[in-house]
Design a protein around this ligand. Structure first.
Ligand code: SF4
Length: 412
């Protein structure tokens, strides 16, 4: 949307600055996301009472009536972004309120958006998929996004070639549930076919994958993915729980055996991959024994990093009606899970010391240039103007959650 607005001749300013219009792109994955979205909307209204406040995204899609109560001028959801921008321009001209939320479940086509990013041309996002039909019992996203729609291989390859020409150094294949990429195209293609096609056009750009489901990680996937020179060995494999009973109540489509198989395959095919995950603690009915199984399981998987979420009720989902775990128990489990995550993270980072990585440098602060190694661990060195350069970096130590090192003489 930023790119499109700029192309239409508008000027983007910081959210804090005076503007004709403010766009709040909302998230609804947890109750905290809803709250933050409401805060941003109120802030926009307070700081510029005469400006247009336009709201889009998943919260607006699923609960437009809650947004309407906040005195906004335009409400749209997760559908047609180009139409949303037309309505935004109209709202600035006419100053009349518009509600334009479609039925997400009726959507059948993939909206091709300009690929790219704003991060000073280092990393571009290439959205290849939208929607999800997994209906995990805690999740509101299928209702906010509708069924699976995929960007066809040819378009993805063309967009990749375009991003390479624009000078990006890295692309991230994103979507709501990219493991389901291709389901709707009904031509037998799966994520690995897309990845190979993107890789063929990527030149020396690196490729990263968004969040994956364990079912994607098969012997065939790993063998073919490991042969792609630019694919980064960082895999975010959604787990949510390490206990089979909890996974069943969550309506996740795998058990811990299948999950572990994926972790093991990645470790066979990639050198010391960074495997990261999401974990929900305090899911309805989660007993202390179930949580203990999860803690043992995360240690056995050896995650490089974990994102921990205390379970959050999403109205309209099956889990909202299940027996809830008290807030204090959820918080206590989140703290214990965070301790395990910190321990695993330290262990992964200390295993990087002594290694040499091609680090893609992005920014400088206080005399230290920082960027990401292929495993997406942040690394910092002293140096002059390394922006957008990939430099071989010998890792000499760990500072907090960052690796520190020295540049090697030979470039990559
Ligand atoms: S896979 Fe499950 S958690 Fe992920 S978006 Fe779909 S329903 Fe939500």
């Amino acid at each position: 949307m930023e790119q499109e607005l700029t192309a239409r001749g508008h000027t983007l300013v910081d959210f804090e600055d005076p503007a004709d219009a403010y766009v709040v792109n909302t998230c609804t994955v947890t109750a905290v996301s809803d709250k933050k979205s409401r805060q941003m909307i109120r802030r926009a209204r307070r700081q510029s009472p005469g400006a247009v406040v336009a709201v889009c995204g998943c919260y607006a899609q699923t609960r437009p009536e809650q947004i309407r109560d906040l005195d906004v001028d335009l409400i749209s959801g997760t559908g047609d972004r180009m139409a949303f921008l037309d309505l935004l321009e109209h709202a600035v001209r006419e100053k009349e309120p518009v509600l334009a939320v479609d039925q997400a479940m009726q959507r059948r086509s993939f909206e091709v958006l300009p690929a790219g990013g704003m991060a000073k041309r280092t990393r571009a996002m290439l959205k290849v998929e939208d929607g999800c039909v997994n209906f995990c019992s805690y999740c509101i996203i299928p209702y906010a996004r509708g069924p699976v729609r995929s960007l066809p291989v040819r378009e993805a390859a063309e967009q990749t070639a375009g991003l390479r020409k624009e000078g990006y150094r890295e692309i991230v294949l994103t979507g709501i549930e990219i493991s389901s990429w291709g389901q709707d195209l009904k031509n037998g293609e799966s994520l690995i076919d897309l990845l190979e096609a993107v890789s063929a056009q990527a030149g020396d750009m690196r490729i990263r994958l968004g969040s994956l489901e364990p079912r994607t990680i098969t012997e065939d996937f790993c063998r073919r993915a490991a042969a792609l020179p630019g694919l980064c060995p960082h895999f975010h494999l959604s787990m949510q729980s390490g206990c089979d009973d909890t996974l069943r109540r969550m309506n996740r489509k795998y058990d811990t055996n299948r999950y572990k198989e994926s972790v093991e395959l990645l470790n066979v095919y990639f050198p010391r991959p960074a495997i990261t995950t999401d974990l929900i603690v305090g899911f309805p009915g989660e007993t202390e024994a179930e949580f203990a199984k999860t803690l043992d399981f995360v240690r056995a998987c050896g995650f490089a990093e974990m994102h921990i979420f205390p379970y959050s009720i999403r109205t309209g989902t099956p889990a909202a009606k299940m027996e809830q775990v008290p807030k204090a128990v959820k918080e206590e489990r989140a703290a214990r899970a965070a301790e395990a995550a910190a321990e695993l993270n330290r262990s992964y980072l200390s295993g990087c010391v002594g290694e040499t990585y091609p680090v893609l440098y992005e920014q400088e602060a206080g005399g230290l240039w920082t960027g990401h190694a292929p495993n997406y661990i942040l690394a910092g060195v002293k140096g002059n103007n390394l922006h957008n350069q990939v430099r071989r970096t010998k890792i000499t130590g760990v500072q907090g959650n960052m690796l520190v090192g020295e540049l090697e003489e030979t470039d990559v």
